[in-house]
Ligand binder design. Structure first.
Ligand code: PEP
Length: 250
C-alpha cells in the first residue's frame, strides 16, 4: 500500500501569526480527515518553529520548501538542510518549478540538495513537470524523464524509498486550470514506468502526488486515478477548510 499524502505548499504567504492560526485550524479539523491520509504542511522557513509547535502532537508533518545546496558556511541568505532538520522537519520540497524558473535551479544543484537532505534525515518531495510550450510540442514525457533520470537515478534504493514525487505541470500551477485526470494519470503512470527501469518493483511503492490547481472540486476525480497518491496543494492549502476538504476527497 502506497502512502497517501496531501501536502500544503504555503509558498511565500502568511505572516507567522497567520501561519500559526492556519495550523491551529488544521489541527482542530483533523478528526474529519481519513486516518490513512497523511497531511504535510510546508510553511516559509521563519514559521517552521512556531508552526512545528502547533502541529507537534498531531499527525501533520512539517516540511520546508527548499534547502541550500551547501552544508554550511558563507552563503548569505541560505538555509541548510541541517537547520531544517533541527527544527523538526520531516520533509523538504526540492525542485519546485518556481525555484527552477525564477532561481535557476538545475539538476546539478538538485543532486547536491538531495544528498544533503538525506544526510540530515529529511525526505525529499521532489517536483517534476513540464512548461506549457513543452507539452504543446509533445515533449512533456522527455522533460519529465530527464528530471527524474538526472536527479533520482543516482540514488540508492534505500534513498529512493524515502522520496515522494510531485508531478506539477507548470501550466496548471496557480492559475485555476488543472490537468485533466486522464492527462495526470497518463504521466503518473509514465513516471512509475521510468522509476521501474532503474528501481524495479520499488516503483510501485513510491508515492506520486499531483500538483497544479488541485482544489476541493477536482481532488476526488484526480485522487481516484490508480497512480495518483495524493496532492501537493498551493493556493487551496491557505484555507484550512479547502485543504481539509481536499484531504477528505479520498
Ligand atoms: C504548487 O505550486 O505546488 C501548486 C500546486 O500550486 P497551486 O495549487 O496553487 O496550483
Amino acid at each position: 500500500m502506497r502512502k497517501k499524502i496531501v501536502a500544503g505548499n504555503w509558498k511565500m504567504n502568511t505572516t507567522v501569526a497567520e501561519g500559526v492560526a492556519l495550523a491551529k485550524d488544521l489541527v482542530a479539523a483533523l478528526g474529519q480527515v481519513p486516518s490513512d491520509v497523511n497531511l504535510v504542511v510546508a510553511p516559509p522557513f521563519v514559521h517552521l518553529t512556531s508552526v512545528g509547535e502547533v502541529i507537534a502532537d498531531s499527525k501533520i508533518a512539517l516540511s520546508a520548501q527548499n534547502c541550500a545546496n551547501k552544508a554550511k558556511g558563507a552563503y548569505t541568505g541560505e538555509v541548510a538542510a541541517a537547520m531544517i532538520a533541527g527544527v523538526g522537519c520531516e520533509y523538504v520540497i526540492l525542485g519546485h518549478s518556481e525555484r527552477r524558473q525564477y532561481y535557476g535551479e538545475t539538476s546539478a544543484t538538485l543532486v547536491e540538495k538531495m544528498a544533503l537532505a538525506f544526510e540530515n534525515g529529511l525526505k525529499p518531495i521532489y517536483c517534476v513537470g513540464e512548461m506549457l510550450a513543452e507539452r504543446e510540442a509533445g515533449n512533456h514525457f522527455a522533460v519529465v524523464r530527464a528530471q527524474i533520470e538526472e536527479v533520482l537515478f543516482g540514488l540508492t534504493a534505500e534513498q529512493m524509498a524515502n522520496v515522494v514525487i510531485a508531478y506539477e505541470p507548470v501550466w496548471a500551477i496557480g492559475i485555476g486550470v488543472t490537468a485533466t485526470s486522464e492527462q495526470a494519470q497518463e504521466i503518473h503512470a509514465f513516471i512509475r514506468k521510468v522509476l521501474a527501469e532503474k528501481f524495479g518493483a520499488l516503483a510501485e511503492e513510491i508515492t506520486i502526488l499531483y500538483g497544479g490547481s488541485c482544489k476541493p472540486s477536482n481532488a476526488k476525480e484526480l485522487f481516484a486515478c490508480p497512480d495518483i497518491d495524493g496532492g501537493l496543494i498551493g493556493g487551496a492549502a491557505l484555507k484550512a477548510a479547502d485543504f481539509i476538504a481536499i484531504a477528505q476527497s479520498y
